[in-house]
Design a protein around this ligand. Structure first.
Ligand code: SAH
Ligand code: SF4
Length: 475
């Protein structure tokens, strides 16, 4: 399929601002009639990239005169931003969309839109088209920047709209954003993926790799750092191929180095690194730059070389281990995390043992483990040798058991030590406590008050278990 990158021009973005003004005029009338602003509910499934996209959906909505609500029941506009990486995420999005039917009955003016990776697949688009007639509009990941136009048209034409473009990938700048946090920010540095791992749907629904201009990224971060932001997480499906499409020598390490020159007291995180592209230069940059957190998320997916080959990952377990060893040698006390898939088609019990072996050898701080989920039209879904559910579950349980033991041991090494954390807010599990994360993204609960939210504090660790640590703030 021909899939070129299209730069959305400033003029096209201006047009979207014009559509935002049109919707706002409509919403001014709504305000005059109802004595309140119309409300938008943005519901997000999936990864950080989707969370970042949703902040733009919210930003555009606010610009159009909506106020945000956390309750779908109160909303006049609902936008569901969906995920397709595993079936579970799709089923949840479909089930919740099903529940919105009665809201539409209660509020005739309610608009419902669905976007993101799930509906960018033809068969899911058709599902919604045919089985959820009360959904007003659908748009693909590539059409996010056209949201104001789509919404405006939906008001005008009173018919269902379907906005998709599978032939190109695009990149845009300058849309309004409403960030969830006033001290942590997602910064997409690139979009899409060219890797076509055989199990993964992302390249089909997110288009080809394309990078934002370094100057755009840097000025965005400068602006946020001036406002006091304390953490920037740079996002891309494979950040280590950042810049390849810009036709310069400038790479991801260069971008990190330039970001670290920006004035301010902040942490820089990034994800995700692909082991086939993560370079020694990247690790040297992490070791050198104080602002970059000492945490590397490096998914290895499977420990067996045959499985890696069928997954189309383009590295082997030896190469992976060498890279990790280099990181451990160069970066003092580096935190390592990974993604792992269990039950990939044809994976045998012995081959799964190689995955466990990798966990034991590397000693990751934590691991995100996933039961293989067949994704329509990916090569792995059509393979013979799909693994029965009970075997997958057994392997999954075993993997958790091994990794939880490692995580607990690593956490307990912190007891008595003092570490720096960024406090994120009140603890969800214990409302008397506040929660933050250290450089390695480990959760730390502390006593405190609202004044610590959004601040770096030093904490002495008193207690640790598998999922969190508990500490006391010291001056
Ligand atoms: N670009 C990132 C990951 C994106 S998807 C990377 O390459 O690391 C996030 C994780 O979901 C993947 O790392 C993988 O572990 C998991 N995943 C992707 N497709 C999956 C599938 N079909 N079944 C189970 N897990 C999957
Ligand atoms: Fe999916 Fe592989 Fe691309 Fe990650 S690198 S998004 S796993 S295809």
């Amino acid at each position: 399929m021909d899939n070129k990158t299209i730069n959305i021009s400033q003029e096209q973005i201006e047009q979207q601002y014009a559509f935002m003004r049109l919707v706002k005029e409509r919403n001014n009338v709504f305000y005059a009639e109802n004595g309140r602003l119309p409300r938008v509910h943005v519901l997000t499934f999936g990864c950080q990239q989707n969370e970042a996209d949703s902040e733009y959906l919210a930003g555009m909505s606010v610009e159009m005169g909506y106020e945000k609500t956390e309750n779908a029941e109160d909303a006049d506009l609902i936008v569901v931003n969906t995920c397709a990486v595993r079936e579970h995420a799709e089923l949840r999005a479909l089930s919740i969309t099903g529940q919105f039917k009665h809201l539409k009955k209660a509020n005739k003016n309610l608009k419902i839109g669905i976007c993101g990776c799930m509906v960018t697949q033809e068969h899911r688009k058709d599902d919604i088209k045919n089985k959820y007639p009360y959904v007003d509009f659908l748009f693909g990941t590539n059409m996010l920047w056209k949201f104001p136009e789509i919404l405006n048209e939906s008001f005008d034409r009173k018919k269902r709209l379907f906005y998709f473009d599978h032939e190109s990938s695009n990149i845009w700048e300058g849309l309004p954003v409403k960030r969830e946090s006033d001290f942590k920010a997602w910064i997409s540095v690139m979009y899409g993926c060219n890797n076509f791992c055989s199990y993964c749907v992302v390249p089909y629904v997110r288009g080809r790799e394309r990078s934002r201009q370094p100057s755009e990224i840097i000025s965005q971060i400068k602006d946020l750092a001036k406002k006091g932001y304390k953490e920037f997480t740079l996002l891309g499906q494979n950040v280590n191929s950042y810049g390849k499409d810009l036709n310069t020598d400038y790479d991801f390490s260069d971008l990190l180095t330039d970001i670290c020159k920006i004035e301010g007291d902040f942490w820089v995180r990034f994800m995700t690194s692909h082991p086939k592209d993560a370079s020694k230069k990247l690790i040297d940059t992490m070791a050198r730059e104080e602002k970059i957190v000492k945490h590397l998320h490096l998914p290895f997916q499977a420990g067996n070389d045959r499985v890696l080959k069928v997954m189309n990952r383009k590295y082997d377990s030896k190469g992976y281990f060498e890279l990790v060893s280099y990181a451990k040698e160069k970066i003092h006390n580096v935190g390592l995390t990974s993604d792992v898939i269990v039950g990939f088609p044809t994976e045998t019990d012995e081959e799964f043992e190689d995955t466990l072996e990798m966990l034991r050898k590397v000693e990751f701080d934590s691991v995100y483990s996933f039961i293989y989920s067949p994704r329509k039209d990916t090569p792995a879904a059509a393979m013979e040798g799909q693994i029965p559910d009970e075997v997958k579950k057994k392997r999954f349980t075993k993997l958790l058991e091994v990794q939880n033991g490692i995580t607990k041991d690593l956490n307990s090494e912190y007891v008595g030590k003092t570490i720096k954390i960024l406090v994120e807010g009140k603890s969800k599990s214990d409302t008397d406590k506040y929660t933050g994360r250290n450089e390695k993204n480990r959760i730390v609960h502390i006593d405190g008050d609202d004044s610590v939210i959004g601040k770096f504090v030093h904490v002495r660790i008193d207690k640790a278990d598998t999922f969190a640590m508990y500490g006391t703030v010291i001056n």
